[in-house]
Design a protein around this ligand. Structure first.
Ligand SMILES: C[S@@+](CC[C@H](N)C(=O)[O-])C[C@H]1O[C@@H](n2cnc3c(N)ncnc32)[C@H](O)[C@@H]1O
Length: 218
């Protein structure tokens, strides 16, 4: 399989990843969501996938065993520096979300933030099925939900490209391909995998869409 998320999180992106995003409204809201969630529950095993630069590791203090997986060595290196300063309950390693080297139901929880939009639509089901296989209780899934129709989205993107070009405000991640996910696509994924939505939280609007966190159970 070949898509941008596999190979574009290189050294350049990794080293400025947190800094480039830390002022975003949704970055802050996502952090608060995870911090609040893991502040008040005790769980044994958690998979953070993709762990990226390890932005959430600081919030998993009460979790017995944390595994963080990412496909990018460069992102993992940044995460490892953070893990070194935290407790010894964190293990980070390279891996592919589509074929996880863990037995069925190994993890109580999976935290999966900012991955779905990178996955080509025809591969989303494979991803969700693999997450479902290795989880025993809950998947905490962040998604960018598109609101616009494909045509108005196209117009919006063109306009945005013009404005960003004119004002020279290209984001460092503008060259990474992402894919629209509409509510109907999401509903299809959830019903096909037989997962249940136990909680749906709206975080904020973002670029003509909305950001949600779903808690899904088997
Ligand atoms: C936008 S970052 C999100 C990182 C982190 N979850 C966060 O919220 O900041 C996307 C990450 O997905 C990773 N990634 C992309 N495809 C992957 C795959 N198939 N398996 C594991 N990691 C993958 C990339 O290397 C990158 O670190």
């Amino acid at each position: 399989m070949n898509y941008d998320g596999y190979f574009k999180y290189d050294n350049n992106i990794a080293n400025s990843y947190d800094l480039d995003r830390q002022e975003e409204e949704h970055w802050k809201l996502e952090n608060v969501y995870i911090e609040n969630l893991y502040n008040c529950i005790n769980i044994m095993t958690l998979l953070d996938l993709p762990v990226g630069t390890g932005r959430f590791l600081q919030y998993y203090g009460k979790v017995e065993k944390v595994i963080g997986i990412d496909i990018s060595d460069d992102m993992l290196q940044v995460a490892m520096k953070k893990a070194d300063k935290l407790s010894s309950n964190i293990v980070l390693h390279k891996g592919d979300a589509f074929s996880l080297q863990y037995p069925d139901e190994y993890f109580e929880h999976i935290v999966c933030f900012r991955l779905m939009h990178l996955i080509p639509p025809d591969k989303r089901l494979n991803l969700l099925n693999e997450l479902k296989r290795v989880v025993s209780k809950k998947i905490i899934l962040q998604v960018y939900m598109s609101k616009a129709t494909p045509l108005s989205q196209k117009i919006f993107r063109k306009l945005r490209a013009l404005v960003t070009q004119k004002n020279k405000i290209q984001k460092p991640w503008s060259h990474i391909q992402s894919y629209n996910l509409f509510q109907k696509d999401f509903d299809f994924l959830v019903s096909t995998t037989n997962l249940k939505i136990i909680k749906k939280t709206f975080l904020c609007d973002y670029l003509g869409g909305e950001i949600y966190v779903f808690e899904l159970s088997k």
